[in-house]
Write a protein that binds this ligand. Structure first.
Ligand code: SF4
Length: 144
């Protein structure tokens, strides 16, 4: 797989919760455990959006998180990818008709990869990362 030079060492990931019930967070943490060990591929969680290549977004974007989501998204340097983890971020999920939602996520920021499930299992999240890498590969092909 040949990637954009900006991504050729590793994918550093920043996680942002826009109002999730915490179920998706537990699965993201499970994905990072030694059982799946994504760090062996250079995929690791970072504490600052300024260090990240990929943003994992969970939750249906409650009203109070909309501006924060936009601000954090803007802090991630380009080129960047957004992965929406869980049905809530994709469609609103069980909260779809809440008075308090500004989501789904792709109505606020652009999303590159959707990982459905309530919550998605770690295998699905790893599959989403593979899809993200494939998208980068396609973008690289288009650009050359
Ligand atoms: S998709 Fe399911 S597990 Fe994830 S935040 Fe929504 S309700 Fe919770």
């Amino acid at each position: 797989m040949k990637l954009n030079p900006s991504f050729n060492r590793s994918l550093w990931v920043y996680h942002f919760n826009t109002g999730s019930c915490n179920g998706c967070e537990i699965e993201i943490v499970a994905t990072l455990t030694p059982r799946y060990d994504p760090e062996r591929f250079g995929i690791k969680l970072v504490g600052s959006p300024r260090h990240a290549d990929v943003m994992l977004v969970t939750g249906p974007v409650v009203h109070r998180m909309r501006d924060r989501l936009l601000r954090v998204y803007a802090q991630i340097p380009d080129p960047k990818l957004v992965m929406c983890i869980g049905t809530c971020g994709i469609s609103g999920g069980v909260f779809y008709d809440s008075y308090n939602l500004d989501g789904p996520v792709d109505e606020v920021i652009p999303v590159d990869v959707y990982v459905p499930g309530c919550p998605p299992r770690p295998e699905a999240i790893v599959h989403g990362v593979v899809k993200a890498l494939e998208k980068l590969e396609r973008l690289e092909g288009v650009g050359t």
